[in-house]
Design a protein around this ligand. Structure first.
Ligand SMILES: Nc1ncnc2c1ncn2[C@@H]1O[C@H](COP(=O)(O)OP(=O)(O)OP(=O)(O)O)[C@@H](O)[C@H]1O
Length: 260
């Protein structure tokens, strides 16, 4: 079943003092229930633009975006959004940040507590639930961002470079957490990354965009995250010849697109 879909989408940004910028051209992408779709491509190829369309922050110049078959008319709680520099509320605790969304939608206090408690547990922040945001490391903050996005029980998570600012070790731990979150919550995911290795590790499907105007030039299927869930370590998976071969294929598709 398709959760979120872009059909024949064009985005042209008007630009003050210059010509219009064609950011996306004729992009069609459907994300099915339970899929983990990762978009890669050179800087400026329109990845964030596509995510903003899905989130409802932006309207396409042509084409359509649908959620569960209905036209997307703006942002909504069925789509949880996570950015690299998440704007958490520094004056609230971890729990306060995560409960904020459900509180705004009118969920009762007891149910809110219970739901958010489960999510806090899922992202491994139980011991930090009453900490303030400024007391947390970068990785922990991103965990709060993910928990906050999950708190409204969205059908899909939209993530723009969520791990981009983290050091290598924390990043790998967070990749593992993402795979487990995806498996445990059974949500669909659309994620943008600059790291081809990260894309292959996380994704069930990788889409490659070419730059300006962005078009989807290649798609690849992967299932390396299944091996993590089956108990293999990230290191073993990432050094497997099959993983390295796919990494080279995707990388060359990205580079080819960038030259086009
Ligand atoms: N609000 C805007 N007004 C004008 N041009 C814009 C606007 N937002 C994005 N663009 C341009 O549209 C193109 C696509 O931008 P977008 O941010 O979607 O790319 P991206 O692939 O996410 O880039 P990056 O990987 O560097 O984050 C770029 O050339 C960018 O400069």
């Amino acid at each position: 079943m398709t959760v979120l879909s872009a059909r024949d989408v064009d985005v042209v940004y008007p630009r003050r003092g210059g010509g219009p910028v064609a950011a996306l051209r004729n992009v069609s992408l459907s994300i099915d229930q339970g899929e983990f779709v990762v978009a890669v491509g050179a800087s400026g190829c329109g990845k964030t633009t596509l995510l903003k369309l899905f989130a409802g922050f932006l309207k396409p110049t042509a084409g359509s975006i649908t959620l569960g078959g209905e036209p997307v008319d703006g942002p909504g709680g069925e789509r949880g959004v996570v950015f690299q520099d998440d704007a958490l509320f520094p004056w609230l605790s971890v729990r306060g940040n995560i409960e904020f969304g459900p509180k705004m939608t009118g969920l009762g206090a007891a149910e809110r507590r219970a739901r958010c408690g489960r999510i806090i547990d899922l992202v491994g922040l139980t011991d930090f639930a009453d900490h303030r945001i400024w007391e947390l490391s970068g990785g922990m903050r991103q965990r709060v961002g993910m928990a906050r996005a999950l708190a409204n029980e969205p059908s899909i998570l939209l993530m723009d470079e969520p791990l981009g600012a983290l050091d290598a070790l924390t990043r790998e731990k967070m990749q593992e957490l993402l795979v487990h979150l995806w498996d445990r919550t059974k949500r669909s995911v659309f994620l943008i990354t600059h790291s081809v290795e990260e894309a292959i590790f996380l994704a069930t499907r990788i889409v490659v965009l070419s730059p300006r105007p962005g078009r989807i030039t290649r798609e690849f299927h992967a299932d390396f995250s299944r091996r993590l869930l089956d108990g293999e370590t990230s290191r073993t998976i990432k050094s497997d010849p099959a993983f390295i071969a796919l990494r080279e294929q995707v990388l060359s598709a990205v580079l080819k697109g960038a030259e086009a």
